[in-house]
Design a protein around this ligand. Structure first.
Ligand code: ADP
Ligand code: MG
Ligand code: ZN
Length: 630
């Protein structure tokens, strides 16, 4: 049994050697053949069956003189002499020796001229070797190309290999923590399952859906799950694979991809990392652009416009950098729908941990909620990694099951790399973010003219690094009153103020808030004429032309500029003191909000208002909660 396997392995090894080094093998064999023919008289023995002796030229001459031979053949390069007893003597001819014929005439030995060119060798050198080499090099190149573009040499660019359809078994239940994204693509699944139902109604189904989200959140997984749920062929390509190729192939590859998908419709085309081809032409920077990429992109656009919106083909694409995509890609009829695949919240993380530990032997002390709490900001891929790392740790210690301790250690391990990349939020940061966001949220709910809070979270959303406080601006609002702008400033300052009041130390987390408050004030002074700094005068700052030496020039005096700066500074510090005062007043409310954020990582607007209201009632304070319409 084991012998058999060894045999097979050996064979494999040999095959491998031939496959890997066909050129080398070919050269070795040819050299050996040439050597054989040239130096061993093999060719002679092929021609005459008798005994052959290679001898010196002078030896042949002396044999002739001694009447030892009875027939001689003279070729261009060799002389052969046959002796009476059947021996054949062969010698290389000495050039310019005219004595041989004379000698033969004298001895009356019959001689004849022969054509001693070695046709075999000649044929070999002129035909077999070059053709062999050519074929070898050809097969080399075509193999390389196949690897690069999935097509054989003869089907350059027809890329048949690459576009094999898959039938993923992935289902929605294999992923968690992105319920909204799942809900959004369910319609697509239904369309792919029952296209006729939609088509007969004349409904237009989205052709292209862009899956957007940070790395590792499950975009690829979701695309496969759509195919798996709908049970349709899944044509998957990666955007970057289009680019690393010969000119012109990218475009034809796209063409084939769509052709193939159409043949097997209903089907899904999935273009992973679409930013590799779909980068905005304007932003690509290099003048003249990347022709290959542009052709590929144009082909993609043409194909997407080409098939009818009733064709049961859906093009899914994934990217973590939607902002760099060419606007043409996002136009109606192309990728006009975006689905955000975001980082999971705490419940999502628990669910993901469960999914990935299905096949892991878990100890009795496992508490996924605890692990989820320690992994704010991590993606599904990170969590899968932690489960595996934990199992490896337990395995190393030869344990029967994986314990909570293993997972905690795994978090540490996995996090080291992630913290460097700024993807995991450290415990200390979690605290800062919680207070910071609570500050924003509280101020927005007790300041007239502010926007209503819909959700507060300490889980980073989208590409942002830290938490967020989301507001719903009122619809159809085109004007802002002065008190509303000031409310905005207060809310923005709430984050920084909370850090100072509750943690005693400020962080870098407020930089964006401060930038925005400064901008608002500048606008109030110089654009809206809302202060007495410049009165109704509009302050303009112009970019000078390069001829004028670049830089900026102002339409107002330096002293007004100084006045503006002074005003902004003192106004902001006044608002800041005010906000700090409010926070101090609502200290316990903030602590409750922070506690809730710690527990659930997020808090809805209603929960937030309930906490504030409960606090006011308990302390018999007149309510500052903003009453809003509807
Ligand atoms: P992306 O394409 O967004 O970078 P992937 O889909 O490639 O992420 O995710 C990589 C792996 O991480 C998946 O194969 C899966 O094992 C795991 N994973 C990521 N997100 C999730 C999720 N939401 N639920 C379950 N597993 C996930
Ligand atoms: Mg992916
Ligand atoms: Zn902030």
């Amino acid at each position: 049994m084991s012998n058999k396997r060894d045999d097979k392995q050996n064979k494999d090894k040999n095959n491998n050697f031939f496959e890997k080094n066909p050129l080398l093998v070919f050269l070795i064999i040819s050299t050996a053949l040439i050597f054989l023919f040239k130096n061993t008289g093999l060719s002679d023995s092929l021609m005459s069956k008798g005994n052959i002796q290679r001898v010196e030229y002078s030896k042949i001459k002396s044999l002739i003189s001694e009447n030892e031979v009875n027939q001689v053949s003279i070729g261009k390069t060799s002389v052969k002499a046959k002796s009476g007893n059947g021996l054949l003597f062969v010698a290389t001819k000495v050039d310019g020796d005219s004595g041989l014929v004379k000698l033969l005439d004298e001895k009356k030995i019959p001689y004849t001229a022969i054509d001693d060119k070695n046709y075999f060798l000649e044929f070999f050198f002129n035909w077999i070797l070059p053709i062999g080499l050519f074929l070898l090099i050809w097969s080399f190149v075509s193999k390389k190309m196949q690897k690069n573009m999935g097509g054989g040499l003869f089907g350059m660019g027809s890329s048949k290999k690459m576009i094999n359809a898959q039938k993923p078994k992935t289902k929605f239940e294999d992923m968690a923590g992105c319920e909204e994204a799942k809900d959004e693509v369910k319609e697509i699944v239904d369309f792919l399952k029952n296209p006729d139902r939609y088509i007969s109604l004349g409904a237009k189904i989205p052709k292209g859906v862009l899956l957007v989200g940070p790395p590792g959140t499950g975009k690829t997984l979701l695309a496969r799950a759509v195919a798996g749920e709908a049970n349709v062929p899944f044509f998957s390509v990666s955007g970057s694979s289009f680019i690393e190729m010969f000119v012109g192939v990218g475009a034809s590859r796209v063409r084939d991809l769509f052709q193939e998908a159409q043949k097997e419709a209903p089907s899904i085309i999935f273009i992973d990392e679409i930013d590799a081809i779909g980068k905005s032409r304007a932003s690509s920077g290099n003048i003249g652009g990347n022709d290959e990429r542009e052709q590929t992109l144009n082909q993609l656009l043409a194909e997407m416009d080409g098939f009818a919106s009733t064709a049961p083909i859906i093009v899914l694409a994934a990217t973590n950098r939607p902002e760099v995509l060419d606007a043409a890609l996002l136009r109606p009829g192309r990728f006009d729908r975006q689905v955000l695949v975001d980082k999971p919240d705490i419940d999502g993380r628990v669910a993901i941990l469960k999914i990935h530990s299905k096949d892991v032997k878990l100890g009795v002390d496992i508490d996924f909620k605890e692990i989820a709490k320690m992994t704010v900001g991590l993606s599904g891929a990170d969590l899968a990694n932690i489960i595996n790392e934990g199992a490896l740790l337990a395995g190393r210690e030869n344990k029967k099951s994986v314990s909570q301790k293993d997972f905690v250690e795994a978090i540490e391990r996995v996090s080291i790399g992630l913290e460097k990349k700024g993807r995991r939020i450290r415990e200390e940061e979690k605290k800062i973010v919680a207070y910071h966001e609570s500050g924003h949220a509280l101020i927005s709910e007790i300041t007239k003219g502010s926007e209503k809070t819909t959700q507060v979270s300490i889980v980073p959303r989208g590409m942002a690094a830290l938490g967020y406080t989301a507001h719903t601006p009122e619809e159809n609002k085109y004007l802002a009153q002065k008190h509303e702008l000031i409310a905005k400033v207060d809310v923005l300052l709430g984050g920084r103020a909370a850090e100072e009041v509750f943690l005693g130390e400020i962080s870098t987390g407020a930089s964006n808030d401060l930038e925005r408050t400064t901008d608002i004030l500048k606008s109030m002074i110089g654009i809206y004429g809302m202060t007495d700094v410049a009165g109704l005068m509009v302050l303009e700052e112009r970019q000078n032309s390069f001829i004028g030496g670049g830089g900026t020039s102002k339409n107002y005096s330096e002293s007004l500029a100084n006045k503006q700066d002074e005003y902004i500074k003192s106004f902001l510090s006044e608002r800041y003191e005010h906000v700090k005062g409010l926070l101090g007043e609502y200290k316990d409310a903030i602590e409750s909000i922070v506690a809730k954020l710690y527990e659930d990582e997020k808090i809805t607007g209603d929960e937030l208002r309930n906490i504030i209201s409960a606090y006011e009632i308990a302390n018999e304070k007149p309510s500052k909660l903003v009453k809003r319409e509807a």
